[in-house]
Write a protein that binds this ligand. Structure first.
Ligand SMILES: [Zn+2]
Length: 264
């Protein structure tokens, strides 16, 4: 009888391990990530966090309840620090399309109290991530120690965009435009107008790298085609849109042209 009682008491203790420092995933809808803790970085540094890859403008949430501070640094770009009761967190490279306004959730200030799950900032590529893929560099700290958040991220609950809470949708004000250069294949105007370009180069206004060639079809929108002829080299600038992954893959008609001009 004593032995059975002992086993029952010991079993949960043996499985418990250290308590999770956070249980919510920082990026709404999830993100791609690998265990990149400790990887070498320029200047002899080691990577002290986990990079969570998601399109620019994707909302991020407080992983615990706490107090935030908002900063800008040359390396970090727009950065949010979240202080919980025993641990603290950093969200680095937040969206800089419109400065602090696109980096942090509306109404948030230094010292604001936030609840776990509340939208606090938007994914970007500011600081030394400029020109690279949009992501959050996420750090976990306890006192002066920085720890890998990887195993906790793997277990964390992912919040999905909530139709009744606009803050959880990609920030429309952080929309990007694309400048698509290439050879005009064909174009039609009007309500169902299309512009088809054989692409040589795509540049996004927020610096997101888009490596894409081949044919891309856009809605003609309000773009005037003037006397552009098939075969000419053109530069098509799109309207600003939230940069979803589908749009960044240049899915057919995912973008609308704002202008189309002869290039070069
Ligand atoms: Zn990083």
């Amino acid at each position: 009888m004593l032995i059975i009682t002992g086993l029952l008491l010991l079993a949960p203790l043996a499985q418990a391990g250290p308590a999770a420092p956070f249980a919510l995933f920082p990026v709404v809808g999830g993100a791609h990530f690998t265990d990149d803790w400790g990887e070498p970085r320029p200047g002899g540094n080691r990577h002290e966090g986990t990079d969570l890859m998601a399109p620019c403008g994707t909302p991020t949430v407080a992983v615990v309840s706490g107090t935030v501070s908002l900063d800008y640094g040359a390396r970090s770009g727009w950065m949010l620090t979240l202080r919980g009761s025993s641990t603290w967190y950093r969200y680095i490279h937040m969206n800089g399309t419109h400065g602090a306004r696109s980096a942090f959730a509306k109404g948030l200030r230094d010292g604001s109290r936030v609840k776990a799950g509340q939208v606090v900032a938007y994914v970007g590529n500011t600081g030394d991530a400029a020109g690279g893929a949009c992501h959050v560099h996420f750090e976990l700290h306890r006192g002066n120690a920085v720890m890998s958040p990887f195993r906790w991220l793997q277990q964390a609950t992912i919040l999905q965009p909530n139709a009744s809470d606009p803050a959880t949708k990609p920030d429309a004000s952080s929309g990007v435009t694309l400048t698509i250069t290439g050879s005009l294949v064909w174009a039609t105007t009007g309500a169902d107008g299309r512009i088809v370009v054989r692409v040589t180069k795509v540049v996004a206004s927020d610096g997101t790298a888009i490596d894409r060639t081949g044919l891309v079809a856009l809605r003609a929108g309000a773009a005037s085609l003037g006397d552009l002829q098939a075969g000419e080299t053109v530069s098509v600038v799109t309207t600003a849109q939230a940069p979803t992954s589908e749009r960044l893959d240049l899915k057919p008609l995912a973008w609308t042209a704002a202008s189309a001009t002869r290039s070069g």
